[in-house]
Design a protein around this ligand. Structure first.
Ligand SMILES: [Zn+2]
Ligand SMILES: [Zn+2]
Length: 403
């Protein structure tokens, strides 16, 4: 059956009228929130018991820290690998490590991907940077229209440093990225490495009142670091994997929220991994920090809140670990699980869990993403013979004008 031109035009007009409103994020105080979500201001430090993403405004002077991954290279269904998201009251966001599985957790927060463009990598183990490529592409498809920027340490030689790592990620995913280029904003397809000297205590980021300092950590080989973020008279310290070390004791002193690994005791790790004691001791206590040493570190630096992570959150393991920490530290402590969220203010610290929709989709692309410069779709570069093989009779006709 053929449809006449007039009837066809009528159908097109009718479908134009029925066009759904695109579910674009809403702007609230200049920030994007999922369509229809109205975040509330928290008054008098009275926080709801659960944190529902995008329902609360961050106070102007407040820092919100979310553990998006607290585990290890061997992930479990409850532990993605290392990743902490820091959101500031000035609207900026910073990611500390991007371990395997962390992008899953980030999606549950229904965030504006255009803000997740700064990653600070403590070292180049998969449980700390294994999802950098995932964030690079997922963030680009999901709303980022600027390059993904990764700050990370140098190594003992150039091929062991962050620049070489990122150069190889870019090369390894060339098919993926060049195929999306054109359909997506050009700049979002870029990934930029900012490599810094792992051996120096040095300010590696200093913009808009946010200062991030890197200092050496002791972990298997040269090239692991920890970070301290200072903003608005609040401080957050993120320990990369390390044995107890003098730089951490100095730089984390009296900080507000201090995150440090608390690896298993040698006995626990021997049981879990099946390693003989000698090897288990080396892993837990020479290249990592066991819970008793975590406690000693926190007793020395006295943070407003100590945060332990980097272990298996199995309840039996966690109880033993908590007991071991308490033999050496009796201050404020959080055993972080994935989706533990900490609101930090000068006069208050609130610790809760995120309650999120397990089928959540990120908040969607914004108008800024729509209008960012693009090239031509990669399908234009496909071989003619391959294109000619399209089974056109199997394709569906458009229901809306293709403009
Ligand atoms: Zn690790
Ligand atoms: Zn490591």
């Amino acid at each position: 059956m053929k449809i006449g031109i007039k009837a066809g035009l009528a159908i097109m007009m009718a479908s134009l009228l029925a066009l759904p409103v695109l579910a674009k994020p809403d702007k609230v105080d200049g920030n994007n929130y999922p369509s229809g979500r109205i975040p509330q201001e928290i008054k008098n430090n009275k926080y709801p018991r659960s944190y529902f993403p995008n329902t609360e405004k961050i106070g102007k002077d407040e820092m919100r820290i979310t553990a998006c991954g607290t585990g290890m290279p061997t992930q479990t269904p409850t532990n993605a690998a290392a990743c902490f998201l820091v959101e500031l009251g000035n609207g900026e966001s910073f990611l500390f490590d991007m371990g395997v599985g962390a992008t899953d957790r980030l999606s549950g927060l229904e965030l504006d991907y255009s803000k997740l463009d700064k990653v600070f990598a403590s070292h180049l183990h998969t449980d700390h940077v294994g999802d950098v490529a995932s964030l690079w592409v997922a963030g680009w498809v999901g709303g980022r229209y600027t390059p993904l920027q990764v700050w990370g340490p140098s190594g003992a030689k150039p091929e062991l440093g962050t620049k070489a790592h990122i150069d190889h990620i870019r090369a390894a995913w060339q098919w993926d990225v060049s195929g999306r280029a054109g359909a997506l904003p050009n700049a979002g397809g870029e990934i930029i490495a900012h490599e810094f000297d792992y051996s120096k205590t040095t300010v590696i980021y200093n913009e808009n009142g946010v200062k991030i300092t890197s200092f050496p950590a002791i972990h298997v080989m040269d090239g692991s670091v920890s970070f301290r973020l200072d903003w608005n008279d609040l401080s957050f310290v993120f320990g990369g994997d390390s044995a107890p070390n003098k730089w951490f004791l100095k730089e984390a002193k009296n900080a507000d929220v201090v995150v440090h690994e608390s690896f298993f005791t040698p006995e626990q790790w021997g049981k879990i991994s099946g390693m003989p004691y000698k090897q288990s001791y080396w892993v837990t206590s020479i290249i990592h920090t066991p819970p008793q040493s975590f406690g000693k570190i926190m007793s020395s630096i006295k943070p407003r809140l100590a945060v332990a992570y980097h272990y298996w959150n199995h309840r039996d393991v966690e109880f033993e670990m908590h007991q071991a920490i308490r033999t050496t530290y009796n201050g404020p402590l959080v055993m972080a699980a994935d989706m533990t969220v900490i609101n930090l203010k000068k006069d208050h610290i609130e610790v809760r869990e995120v309650t999120f929709n397990h089928e959540a989709w990120a908040q969607g692309t914004s108008r800024e993403w729509d209008t960012a410069p693009r090239g031509a779709p990669a399908t234009g570069r496909m071989s003619d013979w391959l294109k000619a093989g399209t089974a056109k009779e199997m394709q569906i006709p458009p229901t809306q004008p293709l403009k």
